[in-house]
Design a protein around this ligand. Structure first.
Ligand code: F0G
Length: 455
């Protein structure tokens, strides 16, 4: 059979609320044209993020009923630790309430002012947590990542020559190197096993610890299986185990490929670091056998990590995300190619070429998608990543993108068909779109709370 179906049937449903165009026009105006400020009940299809928004399986809910809420040494902790060690293979596992808590603890222990942490591309919380220690977060994406419309199997790769230069010239100032799989800031694009292996060799030669940001590790394992020579016959769990065998540790947000609504962990092979990390954990997260999570959350993650590695699930995941991307691309909508694992990124600068970067074509597109069809997407452009030049004038980001992130096991093909139809209709009316100006913004992370007005 050519048709790949959702590999689940639905036991429990959650109504979504239909709204009229007039209601949506009022709601987005009241939200200052920022979709982060919309009440979720006014959203029909929510593609804001794939983080913590997935549907859990019956097995996960059954696991939650067995949650052991003992403060120390709960059964749920041992099941969680065993699942993490089985897949990731690291000696020490430290649970955290989500990914950024693992980042904060890792970088607080390892980084200080004047140092530099290279990565294929840092996610914004990773960057912020590194910069908070005074160290520099350095992105080294591969050459192929620069061309949005050009397809390449492993656009998430790090630029190995650039990494080698950093290690050679600044080796003493590199407390650790990182790799984000898949590369979220770079379009959800995967990293090849060859690239991970080469980074590991370079880091070992320079005695620099190598950590993986593992949020979407199972999606990355799937792309390795499908696209890299020699992996077609390997199981996803064996590919994941090989990926992590090259690293000294990892950070993880279980809200992605942990298939859970909350949670994360930090793992390492370094006993000394683990002891320091546990001390910090107790200060702000909790005792080392729960780390800010309920026993039931640990159970959901223990089950979810293995479910993310099921072949049928990943086949469906990749095919359904690509279905959205390929269908809008066929209608002429400019997207980042190839489709990523968890999301499709529309090139808003090409979608609305008459709106200049500092008039925020990505904001215009998120507003238009919401008004037209109740779809919530997110701007990844000059609002999120714009900066200021030496004279204090605003500068544009490298790209003006709009991300459509697909929650795990939540929407069916007819929901996605609706999204495709809506995007194509908005594209047909693109000439009428207008830009926006900022009316209010905070000092940091302005995309979450800035307010806008149409020009
Ligand atoms: N690393 C990557 C690559 C991420 O995508 C995220 C979160 C984190 C770390 C932080 O994890 O949210 O559990 O603290 N990404 C979400 C997103 C928020 O929408 O892409 P967290």
């Amino acid at each position: 059979m050519r048709t790949i179906i959702e590999p689940f049937r639905i036991k429990s449903v959650e109504p979504i609320r239909m709204t009229t165009p007039a209601e949506r026009a009022g709601a987005i105006e009241a939200a200052g044209y920022n979709v982060f400020l919309l009440p979720a009940r006014d959203v029909l299809i929510d593609l804001l993020t794939d983080s913590g928004t997935g549907a859990m399986s019956a097995q996960q809910w059954a696991g939650m009923m067995q949650g052991d809420e003992s403060y120390a040494g709960s059964d749920s902790w041992y099941r969680f630790e065993q699942a993490v060690k089985d897949i990731f293979g690291f000696a020490h596992v430290i649970p955290t309430h989500q990914g950024r808590a693992a980042e904060r603890i890792l970088f607080s222990v390892m980084c200080k002012a004047g140092q530099v942490v290279p990565n294929n591309a840092h996610f914004d919380t990773t960057r912020a947590n590194i910069e908070f220690t005074g160290a520099q977060a350095l992105d080294l994406p591969c050459e192929e990542a620069r061309e949005l419309a050009q397809s390449h199997p492993f656009k998430g790769n790090i630029d190995l020559a650039a990494l080698e230069r950093v290690l050679e010239t600044r080796g003493g100032q590199v407390p650790l190197a990182m790799m984000t799989v898949t590369n979220n800031a770079g379009g959800g694009q995967p990293v090849s096993m060859a690239n991970i292996r080469a980074v590991s060799q370079l880091c070992r030669a320079h005695q620099v610890p190598f950590y993986i940001d593992a949020c979407r590790f199972a999606e990355n394992a799937y792309f390795v299986q499908q696209r890299e020579a020699g992996y077609r016959d390997k199981s996803l769990i064996d590919i994941a185990r090989e990926m992590f065998s090259y690293a000294d540790g990892c950070t993880m947000s279980a809200k992605k490929d942990g298939m859970a609504n909350i949670g994360g962990f930090l793992a390492t092979n370094d006993a000394l670091l683990a002891a320091q990390q546990r001390d910090l954990l107790i200060l702000t997260e909790g005792f080392p056998t729960y780390g800010g999570l309920a026993g039931r959350d640990l159970e959901a993650i223990a089950v979810g990590l293995h479910e993310a590695l099921q072949q049928d699930y990943q086949n469906y995941r990749a095919v359904s995300t690509a279905y959205l991307g390929n269908n809008i691309a066929q209608a002429g909508v400019p997207i980042m190619q190839p489709p990523g694992g968890h999301a499709i990124y529309i090139d808003a600068a090409k979608f609305y070429p008459h709106i200049s970067p500092l008039e925020f074509p990505g904001i215009a597109l998120t507003v238009d998608l919401y008004r037209h069809a109740g779809i919530r997407a997110v701007e990844v452009g000059s609002v999120m990543f714009g900066a200021k030049d030496a004279a204090g004038n605003p500068t544009a980001a490298r790209n003006e993108l709009v991300r459509l992130a697909v929650p795990r096991r939540v929407y069916t093909q007819s929901h996605i068909d609706y999204v495709v139809e809506a995007i194509v209709e908005v594209f047909a009316q693109r000439g009428a779109a207008r830009g926006y100006r900022i009316t209010e913004q905070p000092a940091f992370l302005r995309h979450f709370s800035a307010r806008f007005a149409p020009l």
